[in-house]
Design a protein around this ligand. Structure first.
Ligand code: PEP
Ligand code: MG
Length: 542
């Protein structure tokens, strides 16, 4: 059915700016399999690897033919690196220790990190080589590489859903994004927010969009307008700062050195969530204390001024870490994860706390540590004991399960702070799998049931003298951040790209006004009503 100009498709908006572009349907690529052992035939694996490397070398020859002189030299240098015999021998040793061809090659290339470190040109070549490693792995698995996106023009790409790996293929021509599924805490939404790409997720009606149509992505209005232009965009409330400082501190969420450097360019007051597991998603061997401490120290040193909240590893479920097996049954979201690493790999947790302490001492930064996915007060106490004996930290936990949300009073005197992870708290509160993109609407932070639970968490924390913050995606929405301050939270932590907007919002209201706005949110009975009543209340204040 052809959609008439002016047709409105609704979903959940991500971002504050609208964009107009041409619809481009994307065929999703299969994701590369994770690290795995081979079935026992090492000789066959070696042969597979040799052929895959030849295949990618031939691809480089093709690229080099159509390239200018300088680029051709780079392709030639890359090909030499790719076909290096020592590198191949390292990979063979990994195959002999049991890894399959693709994993072995990835491990071999990762082992070059140290040798190439410190030389900018070599580091750049190594980054290119790592791109080629994905190509080698894809060839081995029979997967076509890349999303094949246009490189010029202005396109709104449309797909059922994207994976984090897909986003690596986004080109300059991708100005907006629409997905039929996906929710506000899906990886797609988190990445679009951090790359400042306006998006509409959870929009099943987008199935009727056709290549070539012009559309306006209007995230503030939670809609796409067929044939729309910028004049139709819903304006985000423009908050006029009344004070220099926000009513509560706004920190930044990070997961890598690049994120830390980026966060330091914002006005963030420190880091409210450092997701340490993101450093290790493709590591097949356990990093030593020295290696961990080195990367934590680099990240601490680069971070914006203020406290840095380091979360101990949240491995498991949708974030498998190859060197840490976290068993689960049929439902990965309910398998071992987060602090339960204490059951499966306790020594790693102890080593990690020690490494963070080494980095803290070396950099002189103020470090707070917290454990993810705590389910009971006794787990919280156990973590606090471990952390306090490892270093001079403020100690806290993430509140991501309804069970711990109901037990804040039991934490009195045991912890310095809590940080609410609304992404997982919503998942477990609404029984809506964060990975099952079709349940996105339940994961909308404006759901009144979530707002009421947040109120209880903030009030209980205040009663027992524990500092409370929110670091889930909900805190990246400026209007929702005002609600959080009004509910009684002491800080929020947002994606770097949103820190400025969240700070402006929290500088435009008084605590008393935020409290009144929170009451409006608490009175709502549906997510839509909650959001629109809060926006109306804020519009009268602006
Ligand atoms: C959360 O669950 O809200 C959170 C911040 O943790 P993550 O998104 O890393 O699971
Ligand atoms: Mg979480």
């Amino acid at each position: 059915m052809a959609l008439a100009s002016g047709t409105i498709l609704t979903g959940l908006g991500v971002g504050l700016n609208s964009v107009r572009g041409e619809v481009f349907w994307v065929k999703p690529q299969a994701t590369l399999p994770g690290p795995a052992k081979h079935a026992g035939d090492a000789a066959a694996e070696k042969e597979t690897l040799r052929r895959a490397i030849h295949h990618v070398a031939a691809y480089l020859d093709e690229q080099s033919l159509g390239a200018g002189e300088t680029s051709a030299e780079i392709f030639e240098a890359l090909k030499m690196l790719l076909e290096d015999e020592d590198l191949f021998e390292t990979a063979i040793a990994e195959i002999e220790s049991g890894w399959n061809a693709a994993t072995a090659f990835i491990v071999a290339v990762d082992s070059l990190d140290e040798a190439f470190a410190g030389d900018a040109a070599l580091e750049e070549r190594l980054a290119d080589l790592k791109g080629l490693v994905r190509r080698v792995a894809a060839h081995i698995s029979g997967i076509q590489m890349g999303l094949d996106l246009p490189t010029t023009g202005s396109y709104v790409i449309v797909c059922d859903d994207f994976s984090p790996a897909d986003t690596a293929w986004f080109t300059e021509a991708v100005v907006g994004l629409v997905t039929l599924r996906g929710g506000p805490t899906s990886h797609t939404a988190i990445i679009c927010r951090s790359k400042s790409i306006p998006a509409l997720v959870c929009c099943p009606q987008a199935i009727d969009l056709v290549d070539g149509m012009q559309v306006l992505v209007d995230p503030v209005g939670d809609r796409v307008v067929v044939g729309g232009d910028a004049s139709m965009a819903t304006k985000a409330i423009s908050f006029v700062a009344k004070s220099l400082d926000p009513i509560i501190p706004v920190r930044a969420n990070i997961g890598s050195l690049e994120d830390s450097i980026q966060a330091a360019t914002t006005a963030a007051n420190g880091v409210g969530l450092f997701r340490t597991e993101l450093l290790y998603l493709s590591e097949t061997t356990m990093p030593s204390v020295a290696k961990q401490a080195k990367s934590y120290a680099e990240i601490l040193r680069a971070a914006p001024e203020g406290p840095i909240v380091v979360r101990t590893i949240d491995a498991g479920s949708d974030k498998p870490v190859p060197f840490l097996e976290m068993p689960h049954g049929d439902n990965p979201a309910s398998g071992l994860r987060g602090f339960q690493i204490n059951k499966a790999h306790r020594q790693f947790l102890i080593d990690q706390l020690e490494s963070i302490e080494v980095a803290r001492k070396e950099t002189g930064r103020e470090v707070w540590v917290m454990a993810p996915m705590i389910a009971t007060a006794s787990e919280a106490v156990e973590f606090a004991q471990l952390a306090r004996s490892a270093g001079e930290y403020k100690v806290g936990i993430m509140v991501e399960t309804p069970s711990i949300a109901m037990s804040i009073a039991d934490l009195a005197g045991k912890l310095d702070f809590i940080s609410v992870g609304t992404n997982d708290l919503s998942q477990y509160l609404f029984a809506a799998d964060r990975m099952n993109a079709g349940q996105g609407a339940l994961l909308n932070p404006w759901q009144p049931e979530l707002v009421r639970l947040l109120k209880a968490i903030a009030s209980e924390s205040e009663k027992v003298g524990i500092t409370s913050g929110v670091c889930g995606e909900a805190a990246s929405d400026p209007a929702f951040a005002i609600v959080l301050a009004g509910l009684g939270f002491n800080s929020v932590s947002a994606s770097s790209s949103q820190v400025g907007a969240v700070r402006s919002a929290l500088s435009a209201v008084t605590l008393k006004q935020a409290h009144e706005v929170a009451q409006v949110a608490l009175a709502a009975t549906t997510a839509d009503q909650c959001k629109s009543a809060v926006l109306d209340a804020l519009a009268t204040l602006a």
